[in-house]
Design a protein around this ligand. Structure first.
Ligand code: UT7
Length: 320
């Protein structure tokens, strides 16, 4: 059995912060941000929470799928910024959508989280354990960034995306995942809700710390590698893939990955100009956009790939 996507949904908060808005609070400008990242705006929560956004995305996915929420057996929420440590966001989503028979838990692998949750759902389905699984990526990075640090605060936005996987007979999904904890210090995040930690020599509280160039190089090297690894497991070729849905961190990273793979950039959809990096939410928000625009056709091959803090990276190849 394989998990076929039978519904998608997404939610971003209505409040928009443009690059020009950011230039009023840190020493930056629209031209620099667009040129280095491709980002034009980001949506930021104003009172909403991570689990609220996850619930709204889930409601839309339920509507898109036409299934009864009582059929959902498992809810997985990938997040690193839930407003509560417990109850987990998955249980909040369960309450919102009335998935009375579902089990649920959260999974944290930062920006890689959604692809790992998707792989987990595929593994449950192929093992025959569950038939209908809701997979969500949701993050409020605005609660974690240091709004005085221009090198990181310009990169992130808030949002949530959801996909419902329904078991069907068919070609299996092929997947891979890796971590490199030794390089974890390249990107660290601390919850605003947990005080106490301050980097040595720093008086102010700070949250996300990143060696941007180290993360950039890691992504450009490891994403093509893991895509090749999944292709070889599937005995497939790059040309067989119709859509490469990658974590939306930086347009230059995606362009460099396409170049390394010698694949036309038109197969790498992007929406980071509008939403920036929403961490675990980027991949499902983009999937939902493609689905709603009718750009994904039954039988087409989709490659997902996420990368980020940990360091972690993952990929999954499946048929739409
Ligand atoms: O989900 C994974 C999340 N992480 C990532 O995606 C990060 C990957 N890395 C990147 O996207 C890039 O490294 C950045 C966009 C973060 C930075 O771009 P860069 O081309 O690596 O720039 P840089 O750090 O080398 O900085 C170049 C210059 C520096 O000034 P000097 O030293 O050349 O005078 C920075 O101080 O740009 C300056 N700078 C800025 N200028 C205007 C750094 N941030 C800004 C800013 N506005 N926001």
């Amino acid at each position: 059995m394989v998990g076929k996507i039978c519904g998608t949904g997404s939610y971003v908060p209505p409040h928009v912060m443009s690059n020009d808005d950011l230039a009023k609070i840190v020493d930056t400008n629209d031209a620099w941000i667009r040129e280095r990242t491709g980002i034009g705006r980001r949506h930021i929560i104003k009172g909403e929470t991570t689990s609220y956004m996850a619930g709204q995305a889930a409601l839309k996915a339920v509507e898109d799928s036409g299934i009864d929420p009582a059929q959902i057996e498992l809810i997985l929420v990938a997040t690193s910024s839930s407003e509560t440590v417990f109850p987990c966001a998955a249980c909040e989503v369960q309450k919102t959508i009335g998935a009375v028979h579902a089990a649920g838990y959260d999974l944290n692998a930062a920006c890689t989280g959604f692809v790992l949750a998707f792989n987990t759902a595929q593994a449950y389905i192929s093992a025959g354990i569950y038939k209908t699984v809701m997979v969500i990526g949701a993050d409020s990075m605005s609660c974690m960034v240091d709004w005085t640090d221009r090198s990181t605060c310009i990169l992130f936005g808030d949002g949530a995306g959801a996909a419902i996987l329904c078991a069907e007979e068919g070609e299996p999904a092929f997947m891979a995942a890796h971590s490199d904890g030794v390089k974890g210090e390249a990107l660290t995040g601390l919850s605003r809700h947990r005080g106490g930690w301050k980097p040595e020599g720093e008086d102010k509280e700070s949250y996300i710390h990143m060696d941007g160039q180290a993360v950039f190089k890691f992504a450009v090297r490891k994403v093509p590698e893991i895509i090749e690894e999944v292709l070889s497991k599937a005995d497939a070729e790059l040309e067989d893939i119709d859509h490469f849905v990658l974590h939306q961190a930086n347009r230059r990273i995606i362009e460099a990955v396409a170049k390394r793979l010698k694949t036309d950039i038109s197969k790498f959809p992007m929406n980071l100009e509008e939403y920036a990096n929403t961490s675990a939410a980027t991949v499902p928000i983009l999937l939902d956009e493609l689905n709603r625009k009718g750009q994904l056709r039954r039988g087409e091959k989709v490659m997902l790939s996420g990368f980020g803090a940990g360091l972690t990276w993952a990929a999954c190849l499946f048929e739409w």
